[in-house]
Design a protein around this ligand. Structure first.
Ligand SMILES: *[C@@H]1O[C@H](CO)[C@@H](O)[C@H](O)[C@H]1NC(C)=O
Ligand SMILES: *[C@@H]1O[C@H](CO)[C@@H](O)[C@H](O)[C@H]1NC(C)=O
Ligand SMILES: *[C@@H]1O[C@H](CO)[C@@H](O)[C@H](O)[C@H]1NC(C)=O
Length: 511
């Protein structure tokens, strides 16, 4: 049936330029909308200026950093073993492990040389299963550290009528079908991702274990930018954040996919086509907030410091964002985060916060990423609301997002003092010690207030926590509590924080 989206666009004067911007690197510079784009760029540049002048440490983040490019060692990566479980999936069933997942990564021969930097951070040769699907045979020898590749079937016979997108969407949409038709043994889940998606596979495995792979599931996350959800869909698993399709659903999907791709010929993205075809089967997306499409521009700091209460599953668009850690390049930053993740996968980016009432301090920990110290009392709801250090994806606007944000003040006396993850000792039995330090050199404008003076004497935080039991996600969700231990910082300027499960009647409530 023909779709009337061109009519809709004519009726809504704002839609065309949102469409224009949805693939931001394919701007049409002869369009009359160019001025709007220019305006957006100016706003973004202004924002960046403010950002850099208040985070001057970020200026040298692009400086060469040779140690950042060393290959990541996976020595601490725990091998998965088939454990007979008695959990959600049923009694006496072999638990889903990494070997049951077949990854399908949408790539292209031309860009793989760049994109493999991200994929190879999480891909474990001979452990993870799957393929990068290319548009043509690669010209260079294929790297051993990359997932094996396959060349997609020809898709010229399919219809693609989106005026703004790329035909490759058809090819990428068919990856799930081509993967299914390989007929590989013991595949329970097909997980799709982009070539610049970083998966946190241990968390992904634990997450999929919460769902019965014998039923039809479609699991993913949406876009952070409302304009993207409007232009594409609110109800799909975004391809960059990645999504998972259970075997029985894939089996039904492949039967209708080819015809369906033609029916939704005007849809821009492969993920939108997949959602539409799954919709014909009647299966909605199961939304998991740990899949991160990362449709934002600027710094991910605010978002990652107040992560939702859910395991981290994926990150995307890292080449379009400022590096996660100041003073490190993009890839080096993700390596650092993975270093923390490997010591306690479920806990990475989990937020806990608590007060030190002897000094009226608020301390917020995003485990494995940073500690934020406010030398005054901040309400819990504010601490758990992301600081807006980013703009929307398509139009680089201040809003709206699919979650609430709070303004990051430009006044030094209203901003948190930030300490970044610097190391982890995970050798303790069932426990970790992570430490967080202020970036050097600290160039940011400082607050002259007495309370900040006391805050600045803190050189770092040492945070202890028990390994997070993945079983916690099967229970009613509750943020974990923390406490600031007294004493230590008077000696060497390091404050001790302990993260633990909350007591029955505990809350983060100021006196
Ligand atoms: C993966 O397995 C193949 C075949 O068994 C072997 O030749 C290769 O060295 C292995 N690669 C790694 C990184 O273990
Ligand atoms: C903390 O704040 C409360 C309320 O503003 C105040 O009464 C108290 O004296 C403060 N305590 C310290 C140690 O500053
Ligand atoms: C904090 O952790 C670091 C790194 O393990 C350690 O050297 C230091 O002694 C610890 N500081 C305190 C006060 O425990």
């Amino acid at each position: 049936m023909p779709h009337n989206s061109s009519e809709t666009r004519i009726q809504d004067p704002f839609k065309p330029w949102k469409y224009l911007l949805s693939p931001p690197l394919k701007l049409n510079f002869v369009s009359p909308n160019f001025m709007k784009v220019l305006l957006a760029i100016c706003i973004f540049t202004g924002f960046s200026f403010i950002y850099f002048s208040t985070f001057p440490g970020q200026k040298w983040r692009t400086a060469t950093c040779p140690e950042c490019e060393q290959p990541l060692l996976h020595s601490t990566y725990r091998r998965h073993t088939n454990i007979v479980s008695a959990t959600a999936a049923g009694h006496g069933v072999i638990k889903t492990d990494i070997s049951h997942i077949l990854f399908g990564i949408g790539g292209s021969a031309e860009t793989w040389g760049q994109r493999r930097r991200y994929c190879e951070l999480w891909w474990k040769p001979n452990v993870t299963r799957g393929y990068v699907w290319l548009d043509e045979e690669p010209a260079k020898p294929w790297p051993e550290t990359s997932p094996p590749y396959k060349v997609s079937e020809d898709t010229t016979r399919f219809k693609y009528t989106n005026w703004d997108g790329s035909r490759s969407a058809v090819r990428i949409a068919r990856i799930v079908k081509e993967s299914f038709e390989l007929g590989l043994d013991d595949v329970r889940w097909f997980v799709m991702g982009d070539d610049d998606t970083v998966f946190f596979t241990e968390n992904l495995v634990n997450l999929l274990n919460r769902y019965d792979y014998k039923q039809m599931y479609y699991i993913g996350g949406h876009s952070e930018s409302v304009e993207q959800d409007m232009a594409h869909s609110y109800t799909m698993g975004y391809g960059g954040g990645g999504f998972a399709i259970s075997y029985p659903l894939a089996a039904e999907l492949v039967k209708i996919l080819d015809g369906c791709i033609d029916r939704y010929a005007e849809f821009y993205g492969s993920d939108h086509k997949i959602e539409s075809c799954i919709n014909e089967i009647g299966v909605p997306v199961t939304r998991e907030p740990g899949f991160h499409q990362m449709d934002i521009r600027g710094s991910p700091y605010g978002l990652l410091s107040a992560h939702p209460l859910a395991p981290l599953i994926s990150l995307h668009h890292l080449d379009y964002l400022q590096p996660v850690f100041p003073g490190r390049n993009r890839v080096g930053s993700i390596k650092r985060l993975i270093h923390a993740y490997e010591s306690d996968p479920g806990r990475v980016l989990q937020q806990s916060f608590c007060y030190d009432l002897t000094r009226n301090w608020s301390v917020s920990v995003s485990w494995g990423y940073n500690v934020q110290l406010y030398p005054f009392l901040v309400r819990a709801k504010d601490l758990s609301t992301p600081l807006q250090t980013f703009l929307t994806w398509g139009t680089w606007s201040q809003e709206p997002f699919t979650f609430n944000t709070r303004v990051l003040s430009l006044k030094p006396c209203e901003r948190p003092i930030i300490y970044y993850f610097a190391g982890v000792d995970g050798s303790g039995s069932g426990k970790t010690l992570t430490w967080y330090r202020r970036p050097h050199p600290e160039q940011r404008r400082q607050c002259k207030g007495e309370n900040y003076g006391a805050g600045y004497t803190v050189k770092g935080f040492n945070v202890s926590a028990a390994l997070l039991d993945p079983g916690i996600w099967n229970k009613a969700p509750r943020r974990q509590c923390c406490e600031v231990m007294s004493g230590g910082d008077r000696v060497d300027g390091v404050v001790q924080v302990r993260i633990r499960g909350c007591n029955q009647q505990e809350s983060v409530t100021p006196p």
